[in-house]
Design a protein around this ligand. Structure first.
Ligand code: FEO
Ligand code: CA
Ligand code: CA
Ligand code: CA
Length: 529
């Protein structure tokens, strides 16, 4: 179908029954008042550049292979970022956590075919996981990684990480490493939740009917050198950024977790929202039964047709008892369990943010080519009575991608201090600048102003370099800095003499994923300063 044939109306029909269309513009009072007038965005671009709207600037903070201390380097394909101030009175000094999702063997291990050596696999393992960086703003107002700071550390695909669960997983109480670290979240106590998304590309998956390993899915083929069970991956992993200690939270279930978005209830219990980013997979929330617990509680799956959260509890559910041995088995096979009990298949649920003004839960649904939904949408979940522990909700469409709105394939989101919504797009590199995505050109960063004459419009604020996507937008507490990842520039390069990007170093240099800091008067004005 050509891009012109997919107008917004037909697009909405792809989304199925039970989802009403809501007004795009929110109407509640913002947290801080914006002072911009006539915010001017940029047009989509095909250039191999990080382009920004007027009044915004960027600096590269760190890029792949930069040293972070005497033995460690910054990993590949940076995604989620989270800034944790060391002292709440000083917004200019803190720890930046950065996810490293996956590797491109062409750049990382120089693997171009044949069996991978152990050394090549280990190089790839080192380049996923996460980086912990001490960052500070210097006297010139520029953010810098503090060289050799004792806080600087790596968590990798080889770090030993225990399971926070009373039963072993595939016979073991800990896993070798974390991988597929896509998006994430921050707990109220300042630890990081990093989510293991497409874990099957590393060690494959298991066919749970036959018990056989599905190694064909493991296109990075780490299983050829390390015999780690697939069940050790696909979890939400908590990392203490001050120590680097990590644990895998089994109670949140196993799937291609995109993110884990935490809300603390007034009694200290937690609600954690997470999506399974794959076509026709589900949306989940965990409600803890004890304050600040990520192991005691109940996991639910969303039925968006009925507006219900369905509990995934083996001992209470005859259907689950028919298919799974116990709760551990149910959580390992979460995808199947969710479908058996009525979880609604969604269009790739990715990042989730809670609106700071009204508590609505926004879920990026990136796209679903099997339903000819190419442009995606943002789903709004209004929990009954605004209670995040409610077991019923009202679903609606907050924003639909398409030519009318000017963006396609929403992925990561962040709210700024004034309640403006920032969105990054994730048009696959294999389809970028091709039908049906030609009008959108490279991936971008967009803002949806909360107030003023442009409230509810989608305005492009940045365009990504060749083949790249922006990921991990995260605001420093004063709102004056936006940390942003530039992931997989040049991913579709066909050889060393045919690189599709040279960002950020330019010339004939190889592309490098990097974290940038965005600042400037437009960012300040949007947030009332
Ligand atoms: Fe790693 Fe769903 O993006
Ligand atoms: Ca993502
Ligand atoms: Ca986010
Ligand atoms: Ca994505």
């Amino acid at each position: 179908m050509s891009v012109k044939a997919i107008n917004r109306r037909t697009f909405l029909e792809f989304l199925g029954k039970g989802i009403a269309v809501s007004s795009i513009a929110p109407t509640l009072i913002p947290l801080a008042t914006s002072y911009y007038k006539d915010l001017k965005g940029i047009s989509p671009s095909k250039e191999d550049k990080l382009k920004l709207a007027k009044g915004l600037n960027f600096d590269v903070l760190i890029k792949w292979e930069d040293a972070i201390n005497e033995q460690d380097t910054f990993g590949f394909n940076n995604d989620f970022t989270a800034f944790i101030p060391l002292d709440s009175a000083n917004p200019d000094d803190g720890i930046l956590w950065v996810n490293h999702e996956y590797v491109d063997p062409f750049f990382v291990s120089n693997h171009v075919g044949g069996e991978k050596s152990k050394e090549q696999v280990e190089k790839e393992m080192y380049n996923v996981g996460g980086s912990i960086l001490r960052v500070q703003k210097n006297e010139k107002g520029k953010w810098k990684v503090v060289e050799n700071d004792p806080l600087n550390k790596r968590v990798t695909g080889m770090t030993d990480i225990p399971f926070n669960w009373e039963h072993p997983i595939a016979g073991k109480t800990s896993a070798m490493g974390t991988l597929g670290n896509c998006s994430g979240g921050v707990t109220p106590w300042g630890t990081i939740l990093t989510c293991e998304e497409n874990y099957d590309m590393f060690y494959g998956e298991r066919d749970y009917k036959s018990g056989e390993r599905l190694d064909k899915k493991a296109f990075l083929a780490w299983h050829t050198q390390y015999d780690n069970p697939p069940e050790h991956y696909g979890w939400v992993v908590e990392v203490d950024p001050k120590t680097g200690k990590a644990q895998k939270h089994v109670a949140l279930g196993r799937c291609a977790h995109e993110c884990a978005t935490v809300k603390e209830l007034t009694d200290g219990r937690l609600v954690v929202y997470s999506g399974d980013d794959s076509v026709n997979k589900c949306l989940y929330k965990f409600i803890s039964s004890e304050p600040r617990s990520l192991s005691k509680g109940t996991l639910y799956v969303a039925n968006t047709t009925l507006g219900k959260w369905i509990p995934i509890v083996h001992e209470d559910n005859k259907i689950l008892q028919k298919f799974f041995k116990d709760q551990t088995d149910t959580l390992i096979q979460l995808r199947s369990a969710a479908k058996y009990i009525g979880g609604t298949p969604l269009d790739r649920p990715e990042d989730i943010e809670i609106d700071p003004v009204n508590g609505n839960v926004l879920v990026s649904l990136t796209n679903n080519s099997t339903k000819k939904n190419y442009y995606g949408s943002i789903l709004k979940i209004e929990e009954t009575n605004g209670d995040h522990a409610s077991l019923t909700f009202r679903p609606s469409i907050y924003l639909a991608g398409g030519e009318e709105t000017g963006f396609a394939c929403p992925d990561n989101m962040a709210f700024d201090k004034a309640g403006n919504l920032w969105i990054t797009s994730d048009i696959s590199g294999s389809l970028m600048n091709q039908e049906p995505y030609i009008p959108f050109k490279n991936n971008g960063l967009f803002v949806v102003p909360r107030s003023g004459s442009q409230a509810g419009q989608v305005i492009q604020m940045a365009s990504a370099p060749g083949d790249a996507e922006f990921t991990g937008p995260f605001f420093a507490p004063d709102g004056k800095t936006l940390f942003l990842s530039v992931q997989h520039p040049g991913e579709y390069s066909t050889g060393p003499d045919d690189l599709s990007s040279h960002w950020p170093d330019g010339g004939d240099k190889i592309p490098r994923p990097a974290v940038v800091v965005i600042t400037g008067k437009t960012l300040d004005a949007l947030q009332g300063s």
